[in-house]
Design a protein around this ligand. Structure first.
Ligand code: UDP
Ligand code: MG
Length: 311
């Protein structure tokens, strides 16, 4: 390895239907890194876009040796795109950032400096959440509250904007999980970690690629991929119902022996409803985990690459 390679920074940019952002993002990042004389490559991972995202990436890579592109055969999700980028990266360290410049590229320079000082993981932490609607903020807070609790990692202001040393990247890449949750895994692996705050910028072009439904799916998937706590919830409900049944059982027996039974039909119906719904929710939760096991055991690849450019 020459010094150039030992200092190479790979910038990984997952892009889904971002045709208008590719050039802008590339030139913005390039200008900043050139000025700081940081050797870099930029890897765009086209996550199965249905617009000209990949075409624009290939145009860039034809003119700039630093620009590289990978294209998925369909939309596999941001998580898969990040892992594909990490796998393709040649750098001594990697930065993951969004394509919409909501992660300010100037922060990459501070991250890189910290890496030079010897930090192996540099986390970008949101100083504020930028402009989001109230519902989104509420849901995000709920999700991060739960996930921080079950994983024991504080993720309230976590983001995917991170720098990872080669060692950390290699540690992530040997994880066999089919449904990795990047944000949590990158803390879970440990290493010498620090963080830099950044202000979430406003998206200038296009719209957020997340619908409410996709966010809910993302939340459920990632909570269950990191924790078995929802299954313990089933046990907890079981104990609560047992307690109830003891109380009601004693009451019923007492009524029976004192000859005041037969009333209390409402109680029967209510109990039926409660037990029925608790059982069904519980089965659903267990079913969800079984389907996750099923997915993992099939051991399908995390993504399928259809095209590459710049290699
Ligand atoms: N993204 C992706 N695959 C997807 C959805 C999003 O690669 O299925 C990328 C997207 O192109 C962007 C980043 O993930 O670079 C963040 O997406 P977005 O800006 O839509 O999310 P938000 O900023 O609203 O959280
Ligand atoms: Mg965004």
């Amino acid at each position: 390895m020459d010094t150039q390679e030992q200092e190479l920074l790979s910038v990984i940019i997952p892009s889904f239907n971002e045709q208008d952002m590719i050039d802008k993002t590339f030139y913005t990042v390039k200008e900043i890194l050139d000025k700081e004389q940081i050797p870099f490559e930029i890897i765009f991972v086209d996550d199965g876009s249905r617009d000209f995202t990949y075409f624009n990436i290939s145009q860039l890579s034809a003119n700039h040796p630093e620009a590289k592109g990978i294209s998925f055969s369909r939309n596999f999700g941001k998580e898969s795109a990040i892992f594909a980028g990490l796998e393709a990266a040649k750098g001594a360290c990697c930065v993951i950032m969004d394509c919409d410049l909501q992660h300010p590229p100037e922060t990459i320079v501070s991250m890189y400096r910290l890496w030079k000082e010897g930090y192996e993981v540099v986390e970008g932490v949101k100083a504020s959440r930028g402009k989001e609607n109230v519902l989104h903020t509420l849901c995000a807070n709920g999700f991060y509250g739960i996930i921080s609790k079950v994983t024991g990692i504080d993720m309230a202001n976590a983001s995917d904007f991170k720098l990872l040393d080669r060692r950390a990247v290699d540690a992530l890449l040997i994880m066999p999980e089919r449904a990795p949750f990047f944000r949590a895994l990158s803390s879970w692996i440990g290493f010498k970690t620090t963080s830099v705050p950044f202000e979430v910028q406003e998206r200038t072009v296009g719209t957020s690629k997340w619908s409410l439904w996709s966010l809910i799916k993302y939340a459920v998937r990632n909570i269950t991929s990191f924790s078995g706590a929802p299954m313990q919830f089933v046990t907890l409900m079981g104990w609560i119902m047992l307690l109830f049944s003891v109380i009601l059982g004693v009451q019923s027996l007492y009524r029976y022996f004192t000859g005041t039974a037969l009333e209390g039909f409402t109680t029967v119906i209510l109990l039926q409803l409660i037990i029925g719904s608790v059982l069904m929710i519980s089965l659903g939760i267990i079913g969800h985990y079984i389907s996750r096991i099923y997915d993992e055991i099939k051991a399908r690849p995390r993504y399928i690459i259809s095209k590459r450019c710049g290699y």
